[in-house]
Design a protein around this ligand. Sequence first.
Ligand code: HEM
Length: 259
Amino acid sequence: MEAPALYLGLFVLIFLLIFTWRMHRRRLSLPPGPIPLPFVGNLFQGSFLIYESYLKLCKQYGPVFTVWLGNTPVVVLCGYSVVKDALINYSHRFSDRGPLPITARLAKGYGIIGTNGEHWRHTRRFAITTLRNFGMGKRSMEQRVQEEAEHLIKAIEATRSVLADPDCWKTPYDFNPENFLDQNGLFCTHDAWMPFSAGKRICPGEGLARMEVFLFLTALLQKFTIKPANPSDTYDLWTLRRAFRKKGLSYCLSAYPRT
Ligand code: HEM
């Protein structure tokens, strides 16, 4: 081998050794997890569906583990009990949001979503007061949402157009109303059902969103039977994921007028 190639090889080897040693030292102070490779970390080690890999890692390393996304270690909390612990019992430690390039670019340090500390507290208080003044949580809002739902129903009628913790759920990957029914078939809420998150960062629009979703859905379901446009589609996570990846947020449903 030529001398320059030898020196280059030696240089790369020493560089890799120093890099790996530094990564190893950082790992000692972090929760356990799979061994990362230099530069890529654990990026190419798991399954393509990241939450599938997380469930496997959770079984292997416990509910708090570390994965390396490139050179950055990320501590993952997996499952209801640790997530609740972090967001509610240790909310003073876990209510800051890490830097997200997209919010940093869009919000430029303003707003609620990408900020922390005093600025976040003030903006959040202002947002909640504004939403309340706008009617969130009041009956007047209910009427306005119902009017909107009526407009939607008229539009559909006019066009006749087509439009995951396994310990907590009976069937975590399938849509199953039984997850929300007790032994007598009556509605019951579920602690692990937290679509608006929990703790200090809980969605401030929850009241409005809940009312919108409830009123829109009930208004639609009273008038129409709704089915997937493609009969072979099912309401499971995989179908929704596929639809999401191929066509963005669209998912085709058919609305059949009830007789
Ligand atoms: C079905 C509808 C909605 C869902 C499922 C939803 C869900 C969520 C979730 C999961 C978060 C993150 C909480 C966290 O980081 O722990 C969030 C944050 C947020 N949501 Fe919503 N949301 C909905 C509708 C709305 C609406 C209607 C508004 C405004 C009127 C809104 C405003 C916000 C804001 C400003 C934040 C950031 C809060 C903060 O960082 O302090 N959301 N939402």
